[in-house]
Design a protein. Structure first.
Length: 552
């Protein structure tokens, strides 16, 4: 049921902080002499100064308590995603700040929307809409950002295709939906709260009413944000980039995104919505994988990756809610959950959650660098085994843990099993297995070995290694079938902490070979050196495998 009335949950939480130097004393009689009593709290309970030690008395610190708030926005309880990322707990620590700015490069925003207006940046000098560039920054009437579709040849042309307004007014709905996720005003008894109840959103329009734009338009938006930071000192923390397409890497686009990083701005991008593997396709800007970038995939309510979401064990860094997300829509302002909200799915929505989490972190800890914000978001992810090989962190966004991190190691394995499938010729078929520490405390690894006929270890940088935060190591395993048939084995090792033993099954098969029954004799590859520790001490020998030439 929608939450129809103002709601404030008056709960109290022990925080461990002591109110001044005051203590509570419980005594069946009057307090002992020498104790300074501030007041009598209740029957046999007194508020005193300083601790006291005496038989027959109970003295405890007077811990502070705080109220825990649920925003009174009408449709708050219709949002599954808020519970999923532990937003309500996060909001006990921070609800945002008007000194934090977020750039949204997209289709614009509906800047007339009552749930967005308090949290939008206004360039006041150009809010008179007089057709003049009043502040001399090169853009006409850019009150709420710029509409770069109005500048097809570099000069303002109000008749240009897509120039519905001189500033970034949304004529599609996509940007408004994202802005609602990021920064709809919170606790104002109206529709929904954004992740940031208080923030300043800077919209920039380069996508048209059909949601289509180009790299030149995006670069213009990124330059606009950079100028606002450099020339006006706006504390722009992150840019939301909920767009992408299939094209080869653009060095010009990549360099402009990297330039954001040099100004301390994170670039949060969408992974894609066709269920493909970004490790093997060109999908940009996600695949630039820059140090100031977080590429985001979509998770559903169960914590697994959405069927439509792109994935990638190194490219896609984290998941966030992206299925059936309720947020604002353009032109409808009634305080009604069914008529004034839009239900949308996609990695675009997931990206907005991560962008907002960067803003929330900077609101609570403004001294954090962009690198530290990025690391905190990634290392606080909620790890799931089902996300191995799909996501860099093996996890999805946990808003509360990003603000209140646990000091724990988090090993993330790149695979739960390694299947070489069926091969049709003799040879060495190599697969790589990674172990990554996505926690903020070191991960200690034991030895790793490969077992099973037809499999052997070609490279190992994991055995007896200590992985620091976001560091990874590699084991390469080769399938070298000696003859036609099916083969199975395992990669075995140990990790201290969450896993005591790692066992990754190996499987593969070789179809029948024309002209011969065997690839080679023996169990390994000719010329391998084996070192064995046993009762006779250290034994070293070289395998004597004989290769057979095939006449295929």
């Amino acid at each position: 049921m929608p939450l129809k009335t103002s709601l404030l949950l008056a709960l109290f939480l022990l925080t461990g902080a002591v109110f001044g130097e005051h203590f509570l004393l419980k005594s069946p009689t009057a307090p002992p002499s020498g104790v300074k009593v501030i007041k009598k709290v209740s029957e046999n309970v007194y508020l005193i100064e300083g601790p006291v030690k005496a038989d027959g008395f109970t003295a405890e610190p007077n811990y502070t308590l705080k109220a825990l708030g649920i925003p009174n926005d009408t449709c708050t309880l219709d949002r599954w995603d808020l519970t999923f990322i532990e937003a309500f707990r996060a909001w006990d620590l921070s609800t945002g700040s008007g000194t934090v700015f977020i750039g949204i490069a997209d289709t614009g925003v509906d800047y007339n929307h009552p749930d967005l207006q308090p949290n939008l940046y206004r360039n006041i000098a150009d809010c008179d809409y007089d057709g003049v560039d009043d502040d001399g920054n090169g853009y006409v009437d850019d009150c709420y950002g710029v509409n770069f579709l109005c500048y097809p040849d570099g000069s303002y042309n109000p008749g240009a295709p897509g120039c519905n307004k001189p500033d970034a007014f949304d004529d599609n709905g996509h940007g408004t939906h994202l802005a609602g996720i990021i920064g709809a005003a919170g606790n104002n008894s109206y529709l929904i709260p954004g992740i940031l109840w208080d923030v300043k959103i800077i919209p920039c329009k380069f996508l048209n009413s059909g949601g289509v734009g180009d790299i030149a338009g995006e670069i213009a938006c990124l330059d606009y944000f950079l100028r606002l930071k450099r020339e006006r000192g706006l504390n722009i923390v992150a840019v939301n980039a909920s767009y992408g397409d299939y094209y080869p890497a653009s060095s010009i686009q990549r360099d402009k995104i990297a330039e954001l990083g040099r100004e301390g701005i994170l670039y949060v991008s969408a992974a894609g919505n066709d269920g493909l593997n970004n490790e093997i396709i060109d999908f940009h800007p996600c695949n630039y994988d820059l140090p100031n970038q977080i590429c985001v995939g979509s998770a559903g309510p169960g914590g697994d990756i959405s069927g439509f979401s792109h994935f990638g064990s190194s490219k896609v860094k984290i998941l966030a809610p992206g299925e059936e997300i309720l947020s604002l829509k353009t032109g409808t302002y009634d305080n009604n959950c069914s008529s004034s909200l839009m239900n949308s799915s996609g990695t675009s929505m997931a990206t907005a959650f991560v962008t907002a989490s960067a803003g929330l972190l900077k609101s609570r800890e403004p001294y954090l660098t962009a690198d530290e914000v990025r690391e905190r978001i990634l290392t606080s992810a909620e790890v799931r085994n089902s996300l191995r090989g799909k996501v860099f962190t093996c996890g999805y966004l946990n808003l509360y843990r990003s603000l209140s991190p646990l000091n724990v190691p988090k090993p993330c394995l790149s695979e739960s099993f390694i299947d070489y499938g069926t091969v049709y010729s003799c040879g060495h078929y190599l697969r790589r297995f990674y172990i990554r520490n996505v926690g903020n405390s070191p991960v200690s690894l034991g030895g790793f070995a490969v077992f099973g006929r037809g499999f052997y270890k070609a490279h190992d940088s994991c055995s007896y290694k200590i992985l620091d935060t976001l560091e990874e190591c590699l084991v390469e395993v080769i399938f070298d079938p000696p003859e036609p048939g099916s083969f199975s084995g395992s990669l075995e090792g140990t990790i201290t902490g969450p896993y005591s033993r790692v066992s990754v099954p190996l499987s593969g098969s070789l179809d029948r070979i024309p002209g011969s029954l065997y690839c080679h004799e023996g169990f390994g590859c000719g010329g391998e050196i084996f070192i064995i520790f046993g009762s006779l001490g250290l034994v070293v020998f070289i395998s004597g495998v004989r290769r057979i030439r095939l006449n295929n």
